[in-house]
Design a binder for this molecule. Structure first.
Ligand code: AIR
Ligand code: ASP
Length: 265
């Protein structure tokens, strides 16, 4: 796999991890994924999620470094998670730490991706006889096992039970949380003339045994189209082979549309 660093001189981020308060050492690395690092926090019921500048697709086969993405995506995630909290959807979010970190509840994550679709696109169109752009009513909720080597097979409720991933009651709860998340996010985007086509969330159990929305929510985990133009404002620009300049501009535009200001990069 070839990893190419990509830096646009004009938009070189002003804020780097090096700009943070150096009197506080970063916690020990607990795990590292394709786009985030999980670090120890001061208290054991919390962890720090540090966003990376990497961008990946095709189950990790395609990967690049996109400077500024960590700052943009961490801010967008914090924005959406806070919005969910305000709307009484339980999430792991606690606090944002500049420039690219979130302090979150230390959940026991389920190795599952929960996808919710409002409009047919992506794998739904690839795997089923349905045209891209078809509205889906009611929204379609799907579960996938996080397993790159097996290309994330789809799961049903029985699979959750036989693989000891979750109980039937928990699967029901996860579906409820996902549909509520869909309502909150769709409404917020609609108010900005944007359509939430589909998205993915990850969930985990808190120390209280309850299910929370975890991980990240941003242009990497959603499909967002502009009303009228159907302009793509998410990672599909990268998946479809768009230039890295176009990909970065897409992330910047999404930040500006959501937060109403320029990203601090
Ligand atoms: N997704 C799924 N796996 C990883 C991610 N990020 C998200 C996509 C898309 C939705 O889930 O970003 O918003 C559905 O993806 P797909 O590929 O199943 O059509
Ligand atoms: N397969 C997913 C995507 O294309 C995730 C990944 O491979 O990073 O977004």
């Amino acid at each position: 796999m070839k990893v190419r660093a990509y830096g646009l001189p004009r938009v070189r981020p002003k804020k780097w991890l090096g700009d943070r308060d150096m009197s506080k050492p970063l916690g020990r690395i607990l795990s590292e994924g394709k786009t985030k690092i999980v670090r120890e926090a001061e208290s054991s019921d919390m962890v720090i999620l540090e966003f990376k500048d990497s961008i990946t697709a095709l189950d990790g086969e395609k990967m690049d470094v996109l400077r500024g993405k960590a700052v943009i995506n961490s801010h967008i995630s914090a924005y959406f998670l806070e919005l969910l909290e305000k709307n009484r959807v339980p999430t792991h979010f606690k606090e944002f730490v500049e420039p690219n970190m979130m302090i979150v509840k230390n959940l026991k994550m389920l190795p599952v991706e929960v996808v919710c679709r409002n409009i047919a696109a992506g794998h739904l169109v690839k795997n089923f006889p349905i045209k891209e752009g078809t509205p889906l009513n009611p929204p379609v909720v799907e579960f996938y096992l996080k397993d790159d080597a097996r290309h994330d097979p789809m799961l049903n409720e029985d699979h959750f039970v036989i693989l000891d991933l979750a109980s039937r009651e928990e699967v029901k709860k996860i579906k409820e949380l996902t549909l509520k998340t869909n309502r909150v996010l769709s409404e917020a985007l609609k108010a900005r003339n944007l359509i939430l086509v589909d998205f993915k969330i990850e969930v985990g159990r808190g120390q209280d045994g309850k299910i929370y929305v975890g991980d990240e929510i941003n242009g990497d985990s959603m499909r967002i189209w502009e009303v009228g133009t159907s302009k793509i404002l998410d990672k599909d620009v990268y998946r479809k082979g768009g230039s890295m300049e176009k990909v970065l501009n897409t992330y910047i535009q999404l930040y500006e549309k959501l937060l109403g200001k320029k990203p601090p990069i």
